[in-house]
Design a protein around this ligand. Structure first.
Ligand SMILES: Nc1ncnc2c1ncn2[C@@H]1O[C@H](COP(=O)(O)OP(=O)(O)OP(=O)(O)O)[C@@H](O)[C@H]1O
Ligand SMILES: NC(=O)c1ccc[n+]([C@@H]2O[C@H](COP(=O)(O)O)[C@@H](O)[C@H]2O)c1
Length: 283
């Protein structure tokens, strides 16, 4: 059955987050047990969750490929649960009049969650919204939110695996996002303090799973800053299933506006949605 949510309900949940009434709202879960795995056993005290945080403007095949990355685990266990997370406050972007509205993005995220159904196996993906620009902030809110859902089972500190492309990894390790002002001389020290908490197993227990995205002139510098966490296996490189190197939401928006070919860049349900809603057709 297709996952749907009324626009009124979506608007209420969105407004709760935007007005600071809730740190996170869940718009959709694949079942009532989520984030528990289907075959939950009482001794299963560790949850491993993957999170694709994005502005979904619109979702592309690259987002889908990231969402499908299997968990790299020597014991062969898959992620217990997954989240498509819409950030209504982005560290770098603000909403433009020609962009998809947040409600439209949430509707597309639901469609994307449906696209992950493969050979009868539905990925346990929930759709949620948060108002938090940095990963350190997202992790502490998510941890508290998820722990509350599973507190009666004695599960603590779920492992939070943030899926991202290299351009986002570069910004996770960029001191400018952590200083009090653009010239803050303590920015790098503050960044490492925030990241130590973010990656610590005893604290926010986050991990980062990143994919290459074309080349980057800053690759060496970023990997040098990330080195400590790479050694601790808290930052891990993965290969995507499909060749989506040059796919981006910007490319889709521009191609629609310029009436160039864009259909191959998005999953079929998103193609249909963008056509129905006539999105990005205005300059
Ligand atoms: N082609 C890709 N390869 C690897 N990672 C990707 C790719 N496209 C998006 N991502 C990653 O997915 C996450 C969410 O992406 P985001 O919503 O910013 O998409 P985008 O295509 O970069 O958007 P825009 O073009 O609007 O800036 C980011 O961590 C981004 O690096
Ligand atoms: N240092 C950080 O934690 C940091 C820096 C830049 C972007 N982000 C976040 O990364 C996500 C993806 O960003 P873009 O949509 O700009 O690619 C957004 O939620 C954004 O707010 C986090």
């Amino acid at each position: 059955m297709a996952a749907t949510i009324s626009r009124t309900t979506a608007a209420t949940l969105l407004s709760n987050v935007q007005r600071g009434l809730s740190p996170i709202e869940l718009l959709y879960t694949p079942n009532d047990r989520w984030p528990l795995p289907r075959k939950f056993r009482p001794h299963h005290l560790h949850l491993s969750i993957s999170i694709l945080d994005s502005s979904f403007n619109p979702p592309t095949k690259a987002h889908l490929a990231l969402a499908k990355v299997p968990r790299h685990d020597p014991t062969g266990h898959a992620y217990d649960a997954k989240i498509f997370l819409l950030s209504v406050r982005n560290a770098d972007k603000s909403l433009k009049p020609t962009d998809a509205t947040y409600i439209q993005r949430l509707e597309m995220m639901l469609l994307l969650a449906q696209e992950t159904v493969r050979k009868g196996h539905r990925h346990p993906i929930a759709v949620a919204v948060i108002d938090e620009p940095t990963f350190a902030g997202k992790a502490s809110k998510l941890r508290a939110f998820l722990e509350e859902r599973v507190v009666n089972l004695g599960i603590q500190r779920p492992e939070l695996n943030f899926l991202m492309g290299f351009d986002t990894l570069e910004r996770l390790f960029a001191p400018r996002y952590y200083g009090d002002s653009p010239e803050d001389p303590e920015a790098e020290a503050k960044m490492f303090k925030a990241l130590d908490k973010f990656f610590s197993e005893e604290q926010d227990n986050a991990r980062v799973v990143y994919a290459r995205r074309g080349g980057s002139p800053n690759e060496e510098a970023t990997l040098a800053l990330a080195d400590r966490f790479i050694q601790q296996k808290r930052v891990e490189l993965v290969e995507l299933d499909e060749d989506v190197d040059t796919t981006s939401s910007t490319r889709v928006r521009e191609a629609i506006r310029e009436r160039k070919s864009w259909a191959p860049l998005v999953p079929p349900s998103i193609l249909q949605y963008l056509k129905n809603e006539k999105l990005y057709t205005w300059p």
